[in-house]
Design a protein around this ligand. Structure first.
Ligand SMILES: Cc1cc2nc3c(=O)[nH]c(=O)nc-3n(C[C@H](O)[C@H](O)[C@H](O)COP(=O)(O)OP(=O)(O)OC[C@H]3O[C@@H](n4cnc5c(N)ncnc54)[C@H](O)[C@@H]3O)c2cc1C
Ligand code: FES
Length: 356
């Protein structure tokens, strides 16, 4: 049910001391379709097991000739270190087709705010390219504001290009950097972005009064550590911006989800409909739909297995599924989208459609 791809690394471009961009070219003769804000899932072999990591595109179709991902080293991280230290131009990577819902609104809005930190700039950079450089762009008159937090200028990924945009589009694009360890940098505040500061900045942007029309025509895109995104979301909700205008991309789950006790005496039947195939399999009580499929050699799509990336999303068309996020559990029925990696069948039979 998932499309495996082979990609060749054409070049590896250093961005900062611990970050590099990998320019990719399909090595399997198929085009690689993606949208700004989406990510690629890379497949790695580690001790005889397959492991997956997602990397957002830092490029934009129609602006960049080839797709690229940008990877920041995580201390002791298995595959970010492998990519940065060992993978070179000419090497092949295995992947599954691009995915992700961190997408721009379809209709033009007045203002788009982006709040990013560290490598969280990657999908945002792809959006900024689309908004500022693409001719096929529904948001030509939209004002764009970027709040971008880092340690200092040197560790700020894509700073040179963002600075060029600041100079080139003074009426349309505003950017404030937040540096925790640098003072007096241009376009920067030497402060952490906290709720008080975010509220002050937003009120100043809207000249102290946010009208209902402005609330309806402003969207927010967050990609940063969870604590910063939680703070931003709470501040935006306090200012009455609608929740459905706040989109976020989570790179790392907050905490590990607890395992459930598996009851092998109780089974559920799953009917999974893909684009070209229909598969039936069983899950035990307490086993996620995804784990049950993988245990039986059925290749359902997934990346994070933690409920943060949405690669595994399927539409429930019959039956009931319990979806267990870190902070809430939802019971979903026909018509709902469910994450199969954290989804447990509740009814005897569940029907799911993939790739909708
Ligand atoms: C939708 C999505 C898009 C992503 N896009 C990008 C991207 O564009 N660029 C990018 O560099 N990464 C991105 N990531 C994160 C990436 O998938 C990996 O999680 C990251 O590279 C770490 O993998 P690893 O194998 O090196 O670390 P692991 O071996 O998985 O982790 C090692 C340790 O580091 C901690 N850790 C893991 N990741 C992070 C992190 N990001 N920050 C702090 N601590 C961490 C873990 O808790 C663990 O203790 C994205 C993740 C998702 C879900
Ligand atoms: S695999 Fe990432 S949300 Fe399910």
């Amino acid at each position: 049910m998932e499309q495996r791809r082979r990609l060749r690394i054409l070049s590896k471009i250093p961005e900062t001391g611990d970050t590099a961009t990998f320019v990719l070219e399909p090595a399997d003769g198929l085009p690689l379709h993606y949208r700004p804000g989406q990510y690629l899932t890379l497949l790695f072999q580690s001790n005889g097991r397959e492991k997956r990591r997602a990397y957002s595109f830092s490029t934009c179709p129609g602006v960049d000739a080839l797709p690229a991902i940008t990877v920041k080293r995580v201390v002791n991280g298995e595959f970010s270190n492998y990519l940065l230290r060992h993978v070179q131009a000419g090497d092949l990577l295995e992947a599954i087709d691009p995915n992700g819902l961190f997408l721009l609104p379809e209709k033009q809005v007045d203002t788009l705010f982006f709040i990013a930190a560290g490598s969280g700039i990657t999908p945002v950079f792809s959006h900024l390219k689309m908004l500022l450089q693409s001719r096929e762009n529904a948001h030509r008159n939209t004002k764009i504001v970027l709040y971008y937090a880092n340690r200092d200028s040197q560790s700020t990924i894509f700073k040179a290009q963002i600075d060029r945009w600041i100079a080139e589009y003074p009426a349309r694009f505003k950017c404030i950097y937040f540096f925790s360890r640098e003072k007096n940098a241009e376009h920067a505040l030497s402060r952490h972005l906290n709720n008080e500061l975010l509220e002050q900045l937003l009120l100043a942007y809207f000249q102290e009064k946010i009208t209902p029309r402005q609330r309806r025509n402003t969207w927010f895109y967050l990609c940063a550590p969870t604590a910063l995104m939680r703070m931003a979301r709470m501040t935006l909700r306090t200012l009455d911006f609608p929740d459905e205008h706040i989109r976020q991309e989570t790179f790392l789950p907050d905490t590990r989800l607890p395992d459930r006790i598996i009851d092998t005496s109780k089974m559920h039947t799953i009917l999974a409909q893909g684009k070209n195939e229909r598969i039936e399999f069983q899950t035990y009580e307490g086993e996620t739909i995804l784990n049950a499929a993988l245990r039986q050699g059925i290749a359902l799509p997934y990346t994070c297995k933690s409920g943060v990336c949405f690669t595994c999303l399927a539409k429930c068309t019959a039956g009931e599924v319990e979806v267990a996020f870190v902070d809430s559990t939802r019971r979903e029925g026909p018509g709902s989208m469910v994450n199969t990696c954290i989804g447990y069948a509740v009814s005897e039979q569940v029907e799911l459609v993939f790739g909708v």
